[in-house]
Each structure stands twice: as C-alpha cells, then as structure tokens.
Design a protein around this ligand. Structure first.
Ligand code: ATP
Ligand code: MG
Length: 385
C-alpha cells in the first residue's frame, strides 16, 4: 500500500456536458498550485488521486490544494489493491487509538469477492481483535474508516476528511476587475467572487503623497494573501491625487466622495476592458457609509455600463470580518494606513445624491483629460504567492 491524497470536487459535478471544461481548469489550477513539487495526479470517476509524492511534503501539498477553488474536500488515504489482506493492512494502519468506530465499505468493483456489508463486519472484527479497548458504534461513531473499492488496483482506505473552499475553478467564469482598497471589505469581496470562478484583476487608487507608500504596500500585501487562492493577480495602481485635487478645488465639498467614486468607476471600466474583464467588483455593503446608500450607488453606477458585482451588499460587518479572519486578510486590513477616500473628506458628505445635480457639479472638470492622465501613469504590479 502507499499513501495518497484523494481530492473530491464540488459543484462542478452539476455541469453535465460541460464538465470536461471545468475539470480541465480544476486540474490546471491544482497543478499550478503545486508547481515545484513532484507528484502524479490520477483521474478517477468524480475525483482525483494524488500519488507518488514525497510523504514529508504531504502537509504542504494538502494545504495548497485546500486553497484551490472547486475542491469540496480531500482525504489522506492509503491506496492498495483489491486484495483482502492488503485492505486489512491499510485499515489497521488507520485504526483510532480510542473511542468508537465504524467501518464503511463501498464496493464499486463488483469482481471483489465480498459484498460490502459482510466485508465491513469482517474488517471491524479484525480491528476489535487487535484493539480490544475500542468498540463499534454503527450510528454515531467517533471515527469512520472508509474503504472505497473502485477498481482492481484502486482501493482507497481513509479515516479523515478535510474540507476545501468549494466554489468553481478560477478562470471558468471569465475575468473581473476588483476595486481593491486597503480596507476589510474589498479583499473579502475579492475572495467571494474568485470563489465563483472569476480570474481576478485588481485596481487601486493611490493618493501619494497624501497617503503613504505604506498604504500602497498594504494593498500589495493584501493582494499577495489573496493570490494564495486566486492565483496571480495583475494590480493596477492608479495615481489619484490630481483627480482628487481637481474635484476638491472645483466642486462643492459635500459631493467630493460621490464625484470621486464616479471617477474610480470610469477608470475601473477602462482598465477592465483593457484586460478583457466583463465585470467590476467592489466591497460595498448597503448602508455601511454615506457612499453606500441606494442613491449613492445609483449615481456612481451610472457612469459605467459594465455589470458591477457587490457580493457583500447584504452582509453585516461582523460577517465580513469573520470571512476576513478566515482567509487571513483581517490583520493586514486593520493596519492603520489611510485610504485615498479619507483625503479631502468632507464633514457632511451627501447621503442621497441626485444624478442631475452631481452631473452639473462635475461638468466643470476636464473629466476625460484627468482620466487619461491618471491611466497613463498607472503602475502595474504582478502579484504571485
Ligand atoms: P473597504 O473596507 O473595502 O475599504 P469601505 O467600507 O472602506 O470598504 P468605501 O471606502 O466606501 O468602503 O469603499 C467602497 C468600495 O470602493 C471598496 O470596498 C472598494 O471596492 C472600493 N474602493 C474604495 N477605496 C478604494 C481605493 N483606494 N482603491 C480601489 N478601490 C477602492
Ligand atoms: Mg475603504
């Protein structure tokens, strides 16, 4: 027998005729996540098996695979032949030290000499003989030892299951650009949309020297954490100071944020088109701040025609923080570097802006020139974990 890792995929199995496209992407993404490690990936019905790797690297491999979207769960297993003694050996190797257990046998390989129920009983008996302090509980056992008899040379014995992230393989839903700030929300929005199969591009607006190099570095660090799940991220850092100054000097203070966000949207759409992205993603959550009321969202949204995905629109801050902690972005997000949205922040931002009034207020600006100038000065950073 030898060690292996069984990999089960999630929602993909619903894909009917398209399944091979999704499977191919998933395999590519698994291979990508394991670059530099030697192993072999074997395709089985509805799952994969990773074999022929250095067992010292098993933890590392499992950790990387569990970050690949599209994977439902994995089990560290023994692979053996459909021979009674070999299966017994594997089962005994996985016997728990204490508590109750059950052996569960699945016999897809019909040439195997036993039926599943008597064979499970036989294996259970073997365990009890060798470990009299254990006991069997068929209904609520502490441990389940699973024996999956697939084919003549493919029997898998395992006693654990580690859950993956689920979702769809990165890239199967196309490309999207995320407006990535240094806050808590937009990294979580990124994770959630990447989990639906989007390949992620990111854009960040930076107000140097009003915001520091550290503020930019924080966004790079967040993108780096996210790239553990999303794969490589192309991050466009847009110098935003001139636009903010122009708004500040020429438009009523209470419209500062609204007009600024309209610029962000316009630029995001242009960069999205450049990279073949079909949607913009933001971390907005309804009612969280003045710029996230229905009226504000409507006024900022009206400058673009591309769909804007707001996966957190109905989430509470506490739910968002829970996810941020789980995916490892929270600690970085709460570092105290200012975001560009805090520069020239008015005391009383408009909460329910009216489109005509905002359009009139910003009409004094050379909008196209300001945008072109900012785009010309974009710094592109390729982020990889
Ligand atoms: P976050 O925690 O994501 O910063 P927030 O609660 O601070 O969100 P806002 O400042 O209103 O909310 O920003 C709303 C959304 O706009 C963010 O989730 C993000 O998608 C985008 N955004 C805000 N600031 C920037 C920025 N400097 N660069 C890129 N996108 C930004
Ligand atoms: Mg913010």
């Amino acid at each position: 027998m030898k060690k292996c890792i069984l990999v089960r995929y999630g929602e993909i199995f619903l894909k009917g005729n398209n399944i091979s496209y999704f499977e191919k992407k998933l395999i590519d993404n698994i291979n990508q996540s394991l670059v530099g490690i030697e192993y072999r990936l074997v395709k089985l019905h509805n799952r994969y098996c990773i074999v022929d790797y250095d067992v010292e690297l098993e933890d590392k491999i499992v950790k990387k695979i569990l970050n690949v979207f599209g994977i439902h769960s994995i089990s560290r297993a023994y692979q053996t032949e459909a021979v009674v003694d070999s299966i017994k050996e594997a089962v005994l190797a996985l016997t728990p030290k204490s508590g109750t257990f059950r052996v569960s046998v699945n016999r897809a390989y019909k040439k195997f000499e036993y039926n599943s129920t008597p064979f499970a009983a036989e294996l259970g008996g073997e365990i009890l003989t060798k470990n009299p302090s254990l006991s069997v509980d068929l209904h609520h056992p502490d441990h389940i030892i699973s024996v999956d008899i697939r084919e003549k040379n493919n029997v898998f014995v395992f006693a654990n299951r580690e859950m993956g992230l689920g979702g769809m393989p990165t890239g199967t839903a196309g490309n999207a650009i995320v407006m990535l700030s240094g806050g808590i929300d937009s990294p979580v929005a990124t994770f959630k949309m990447a989990a639906r199969g989007l390949k992620i591009f990111a854009i960040h607006y930076h107000s140097f020297p009003y915001t520091s190099e550290m503020a930019k570095q924080k966004v790079v660090d967040l993108a780096k954490i996210l790239s553990k799940y999303t794969g490589e991220i192309n991050l466009s850092v847009v110098p935003f100071t001139d636009i903010q100054k122009a708004i500040h000097e020429n438009c009523p203070a209470e419209f500062m944020i609204t007009i600024m966000r309209r610029f962000m949207m316009r630029i995001a759409e242009k960069i999205a088109i450049k990279y073949g992205c079909g949607a913009i993603v933001t971390g907005e959550s309804l009612g969280q701040v003045a710029s996230q009321t229905i009226e504000s969202i409507n006024v900022t949204n009206s400058v673009v025609t591309m769909p804007v995905f707001r996966p957190l629109i109905g989430s509470d801050k506490t739910e968002i923080i829970d996810i941020a902690e789980k995916i490892g972005t929270y600690e970085t997000s709460i570092l105290p570097y200012e975001d560009c949205c805090t520069v020239f922040l008015p005391k009383f931002p408009v909460i329910k802006p009216k489109l005509e009034i905002i359009e009139r207020a910003e009409s004094v600006l050379y909008i196209d020139n300001l945008i072109k100038d900012a785009i010309d000065k974009i710094e592109t950073i390729i982020i990889n974990n």
